[in-house]
Design a protein around this ligand. Structure first.
Ligand code: 6PG
Length: 467
């Protein structure tokens, strides 16, 4: 009987795309789906690629179609469905086989599952996959977490299907157990913040300068030819210049301003806070989506809390430089979360390698990531990225523009939560003496918490306690 190198279970949009990608690369792939009737349709749609596809009716046939050690890749909704499928497939597997969860899983679940499956001798791989349907079909960026043994078995297949950056496949074994899913989660946090900064720049041009969508789209198109080139800049330019076929209006003008979220941005913030980090740009982006959902309240308040405000909006080149500063700062925050997690979970994450696999295929791919991959190569430790001379040089050049744009936006009453939060972080980090001396005094005053003096060691209490 013909055997497959890998099995893809779950023929939704992403699962179908990744299975077709494998088939196109000449990798024999077994496929199955909970609703078994989807399988035949999928094989029909695969056309000539179907010669590489082994269609399986049920889980038993699916596992039997795999060469040993077996690789079962789940592309199914994260959470309970993954646990259910693991318990169904496990009795059919043998020691040395592996299960790959390619969904956007919570890395805590991945760590738990890895540990549980270890007891059965089965490898569990948590793999972050980025790039949407297009990426999955023609080359995603993949962040693999799992044992060295599972990576050795998997990487020929993954190298073949990954996005290509100048001959380098955008896939890496980033660390053990939950590392791959954690790195993907932070990728999405960065994605949220980058999208929010873009939306804020659009808001300034639309609301403080009264510019039309298509004109703003041209600004993004121009930015996409220089250091701001990225997938998100590019699609923004295209989106803003697109017309709604029904009304002839710019399509963005007919879309409700309420953003959804599936949770990975929020997870980044929650995990970051637990690690003692505060990626303010990502927090602001998650919060802005939540605020956006209070549509009715906003519509009501807009009627009563009116203010006549105006400001001189900086020129496009200044807006662009502000975008460069904000994009750099939000990446630094994301990488700082990765560094903190790497230390806490003992993952030894290689930041430069992570930047490398984000250079193509994924949603946040950009010229900046190409540069960061090089800049981060020059480090041997986990030193804060704000220390790097190449990063400081960029910040010196671009932050004045961010300051000007945030100031003008505040004066004009245009909300810029991510850009202002990023600037606040930057200003805090370059302040040798901050203001938490006062907070320490307050804590001691009401709770006898103590503080450290600048001129003596050990906990001290204020004069308010000597009574
Ligand atoms: C990717 C995307 C992908 C998905 C996000 C969107 O890297 O391909 O990040 O994973 O589009 O889950 O998340 P929200 O629905 O939360 O915006």
């Amino acid at each position: 009987m013909r055997q497959a190198d890998i099995g893809v279970y779950g023929l939704g949009t992403m699962g179908s795309a990744i299975a077709l990608n494998m088939a196109e690369k000449g990798i024999p792939v077994a496929v199955a789906n909970r609703e078994s009737e989807w399988v035949a349709d999928f094989v029909t749609e695969a056309g000539p690629l179907s010669s590489q596809i082994i269609a399986c009716e049920d889980l038993k046939a699916f596992v039997a179609a795999l060469s040993s050690p077996r690789v079962v890749l789940f592309m199914i909704p994260s959470g309970v469905p993954v646990d259910d499928m693991i318990s169904q497939v496990l009795p059919l597997l043998e020691a040395g086989d592996m299960i790959v969860d390619a969904g956007n899983a919570d890395f805590h679940d991945t760590r738990r599952r890895s540990k549980d499956l270890q007891a059965h001798g089965v490898h569990f791989v948590g793999m972050g996959v980025s790039g949407g349907e297009e990426g999955a079909r023609h080359g995603p960026s993949m962040m693999v977490g799992g044992s060295a043994e599972s990576w050795a078995r998997l990487h020929p297949v993954l190298n073949a299907i990954a996005a290509d950056f100048k001959g380098n496949p955008c896939v890496a074994h980033v660390g053990p157990d939950g590392a791959g899913h954690f790195v993907k989660t932070v990728h999405n946090g960065i994605e949220y913040a980058d999208m929010q900064v873009i939306a804020e720049l659009y808001g300034i041009m639309r609301d403080a300068s009264a510019r039309q969508a298509s004109e703003i789209g041209q600004v993004f198109a121009a930015w996409n030819t220089g250091p701001l080139q990225s997938f998100l800049t590019e699609i923004t330019a295209t989106i803003l210049q697109a017309e709604d076929p029904q009304t002839g209006w710019p399509v963005v003008d007919v879309i409700r301003d309420q953003a959804g979220q599936k949770g990975t941005g929020r997870w980044t913030v929650i995990e970051a806070l637990k690690l003692g980090q505060s990626p303010s740009g990502i927090e602001a982006a998650v919060g802005a989506r939540s605020w956006s959902s209070q549509k009715d309240l906003r519509a009501e308040i807009a009627e009563s809390l009116t203010e006549t405000l105006s400001a001189e909006v900086p020129q496009d080149d200044v807006l662009g430089a502000a975008f460069e500063a904000a994009r750099l700062l939000l990446h630094l925050q994301g990488f700082a979360v990765l560094q903190a997690a790497s230390q806490t979970y003992d993952w030894a994450l290689d930041l430069s390698r992570i930047a490398e696999i984000w250079r193509a295929g994924c949603i946040i791919r950009s010229v900046l990531l190409n540069d960061l991959a090089d800049i981060l190569k020059d480090t041997e430790d986990d030193s804060a990225l704000l220390r790097y001379p190449a990063i400081q040089t960029r910040l010196r050049v671009t932050v004045p523009a961010l300051r000007a744009v945030v100031a003008a936006s505040i004066q004009a009453g245009v909300p810029v939560p991510a850009m202002s939060a990023l600037l606040a972080w930057f200003d805090t980090m370059r302040q040798a003496r901050g203001t938490t001396n006062l907070i320490q005094a307050q804590r001691d005053f009401f709770g006898y918490h103590g503080y450290e003096r600048i001129d003596a060691d050990g906990p001290q209490h204020g004069p308010w306690w000597s009574r």
